[in-house]
Write a protein that binds this ligand. Structure first.
Ligand code: PLP
Length: 439
């Protein structure tokens, strides 16, 4: 008997009762290796004593102060730390309580920016098909996942979508990587021109696409070309690092690898490491200035923004992430994971692609490797993989996405950064067994 409206009402969920390191224990005494950090959240694993202590110390001082009355040491320290670690040009932080809230705030910040600088006619948001930016109305509208949007379509604000950067399926055989990136940038530019260049607010994209595609990085040079297109038309570039940020791909900010300066970046998930619900929008001096020299007010705000205990937890998480050797460990473990998956699954007729960066890896499952045909959605392969993996003591994050109208299946792996080589090997073994049993 439950009084909770769970995500899936039919599912009988085990009760999580303990978490230590990379393991979660349930009430039946089973232990699972947390191969996905939940949904790419638990970047430091479970039971981190330093983060717990930072939260306790903050609670002893003050647990909550409303941001219309006070700022706090915890929130100020977190903001300073994030700005120090961010790529140049991200100078300010707007703390929120999660990923969808960060995206909502970024979209509204982008819109208000243009109002502040006297371009109130700008009203269009462009994103990419096959993206996920959250579940609230604005973030859902930005996202391009047809299945998630379908029943809410009538109440979503209008947004526009262009092709994702998805080399495995969309790069043509006669096309170089540069040609492919140029084609996608031209598609974005054509859409901006069609909508009216002075009517477009922002282009939103995940540097490495997570939930809807399974750890798909863009091809080299793609984001630089996108930045050029945005600059030509005065369009803001919002990068959504809610899933791929905070060290997940082997650098604290995923966009550092792309060599571009975004105007706004959203972060969450790994920011609180699962210890507290927290997210943030990082913004450039230019946007901050428009507010400071304009109305002096970002017309937005939720009760729990800048929550001191969440900020204290995140400040400690980010301090740990920035210690020497941490990102190198993520990169080394990520490479071990990729080569383990290649060796165990590379020959499978049902594994089309294994990709990703750092400890953010995706496996695309297909009915037929040769023509890349997805499985029949009725077989719910992703759900079967999840069940088989849990039966083997592994938590992974399989999703049934929509590949340009066709449903497909992939599995996302995003283990905690404290993972050790033998645990990586366990994930690979258990996942290979689960995929073999499910397909
Ligand atoms: N943006 C991206 C890229 C995400 O992956 C997610 C969640 O998976 C969100 C936004 C929404 O974050 P939250 O679930 O914390 O609201």
């Amino acid at each position: 008997m439950t009084r909770i409206l769970h995500r899936s009402i039919a599912a009988a969920l085990p009760r999580a009762v303990s978490g230590q390191g990379v393991h979660i224990g349930d009430a039946e005494g089973r232990s699972y290796i947390d191969g996905s950090g939940g949904a790419a959240v638990s970047c430091l694993g479970h039971g981190n004593a330093e983060v717990l202590e930072a939260m306790r110390a903050q609670m002893d001082r003050i647990a909550y102060a409303h941001t219309s009355f006070f700022t706090t040491d915890a929130a100020e320290s977190l903001a300073e730390r994030l700005v120090r670690l961010a790529p140049e040009g991200l100078d300010y932080v707007y703390p929120v309580s999660g990923g969808s809230e960060a995206v909502e705030a970024a979209l509204k910040m982008a819109r208000q920016y243009f109002v502040e600088i006297g371009q109130p006619q700008r009203r269009h948001i462009i994103a990419r098909r096959q993206s996920y930016h959250g579940n609230t109305i604005g973030a859902l509208a930005a996202g391009g996942n047809a299945w998630r949007r379908a029943q809410f379509q009538p109440i979503l604000p209008e947004t526009h979508h262009v092709s994702p950067c998805y080399a495995y399926r969309d790069q043509r055989p006669d096309e170089t990587v540069e040609d492919y990136a140029a084609r996608l940038a031209a598609e974005l530019e054509a859409r901006i021109i069609e909508l009216g260049p002075d009517q477009v607010i922002a282009f939103v994209a995940e540097p490495v696409v997570g939930a809807t595609m399974g750890a798909v990085p863009a091809v080299p040079g793609y984001f630089r070309r996108i930045r050029e297109v945005c600059d030509r038309h005065g369009v803001l570039l919002i990068l959504d690092e809610v899933m791929c940020g905070m060290g997940r791909t082997g650098s604290i900010f995923a966009c550092a690898a792309e060599g571009v300066r975004p105007d706004l970046v959203t972060i969450a998930k790994g920011l609180g490491g699962g210890y507290q619900p927290i997210g943030a929008v990082m913004l450039s001096e230019r946007i901050y200035r428009a507010f400071a020299d304009g109305s002096g007010l970002f017309q937005h705000g939720h009760t729990y923004i800048g929550h001191p205990v969440a900020a204290a937890a995140a400040d400690k998480v980010v301090e740990i992430l920035s210690r020497p050797g941490m990102m190198e460990h993520v990169q080394a473990m990520g490479e071990r994971l990729q080569s383990g998956l290649d060796a165990a699954l590379g020959q499978s007729p049902h594994v089309g692609d294994i990709r990703g960066r750092g400890l953010f890896r995706g496996i695309e499952l297909v009915a037929d490797k040769d023509d890349k045909a997805p499985f029949d959605p009725a077989r719910r392969i992703h759900a079967r993989v999840k069940k088989e993996a849990m039966a083997r003591g592994l938590l992974c994050y399989p999703m049934g996405g929509t590949i340009d109208g066709v449903r497909g299946d992939h599995v996302l792996l995003a283990p905690p950064y404290i993972i050790q080589p033998e645990e990586i090997d366990q994930i690979v073994d258990r996942l290979a067994g689960a995929i073999a049993a499910a397909t």
